[in-house]
Design a protein around this ligand. Structure first.
Ligand code: 5GP
Ligand code: ZN
Length: 112
């Protein structure tokens, strides 16, 4: 499958790993939008939030169990923002489900 993030999980494309377990991989975004910008992804290919269902939601649970550990390790005591873009209206550019963790400074104004 021609998916950048599947290739990153497989080690075929290099990445700066910050966390890994049996279901979750997390790495630094190549184009950081904040001092800390980490992408957290499932090790199974799920294209986006629209494709989360009862067969794969345990990956999403594992991601959200990992996020506090990742945030602590990254020194995000002041808080952080989690974003997942889904589909063209949200400008999703990589079609493998991912959660952006953004922090390390007071973040700019938000949509919601
Ligand atoms: P999206 O726009 O789909 O929500 O976010 C995709 C993110 O993946 C972007 O923030 C982009 O910088 C990041 N990205 C795209 N290709 C690569 C890559 O090869 N390596 C890393 N580390 N990040 C990538
Ligand atoms: Zn993939």
């Amino acid at each position: 499958m021609d998916c950048i993030f599947c290739k990153i999980i497989a080690g075929e494309i290099p990445s700066t790993k910050v966390y890994e377990d049996d279901k979750v991989y997390a790495f630094k975004d190549i184009n950081p939008m904040a001092p800390v910008h980490i992408l957290v992804i499932p090790k199974e290919h799920i294209c986006c939030a629209n494709k989360i269902d009862e067969t794969n939601s345990h990956y999403v649970a594992a991601i959200f169990e990992a996020i506090p550990k990742i945030a602590k390790e990254a020194g995000l005591e002041g808080g952080y923002r989690i974003i997942s873009n889904c589909g063209p209206d949200a400008d999703q550019t990589v079609l493998h489900l991912h959660f952006h963790i953004l922090g390390g400074k007071k973040l700019p104004s938000k949509l919601v």
